[in-house]
Design a binder for this molecule. Structure first.
Ligand code: FES
Length: 112
């Protein structure tokens, strides 16, 4: 689900096709687009879970301000995916946000 031809902005210009690894699955993206755009285009809406209530969060502001879209990217937690360009081969994980005093952990560890 991508806008190919916008009535005001015109036809979308795309970088070369790349692949992201998201929670172990291959997700198609285009070089230069942000990670969040690629994930939304692939149908993903949940990017992280809150620490206290494990509530799902996804893109909210899309400006890099709210942190609702943070994920673990190449082992780095708290990456704002709405303002981070996608690169071929990136490993991205859904993030379970930190509880106070705890290190960030991912869903796989949460399941154990
Ligand atoms: S959606 Fe708000 S920082 Fe990314």
């Amino acid at each position: 689900m991508r806008i190919e031809d916008h009535p005001i902005l015109g036809k979308a210009e795309r970088g070369k096709r790349i692949t992201l690894n998201v929670d172990g699955e291959a997700v198609a993206a285009f070089e230069g687009e942000n990670i969040a755009a690629a994930l939304i285009a692939s149908g993903r809406r949940v990017f992280r879970y809150t620490a206290k209530r494990m509530e799902p969060r996804g893109v909210f502001c899309a400006l890099g301000r709210c942190t609702d879209c943070v994920m673990i990217v190449d082992g780095q937690p708290d990456v704002r995916t709405c303002v981070t360009p996608a690169r071929d081969g990136m490993v991205i994980q859904t993030q379970v946000s930190r509880r106070e005093g705890e290190a960030t952990h991912d869903l796989e560890k949460e399941k154990d």
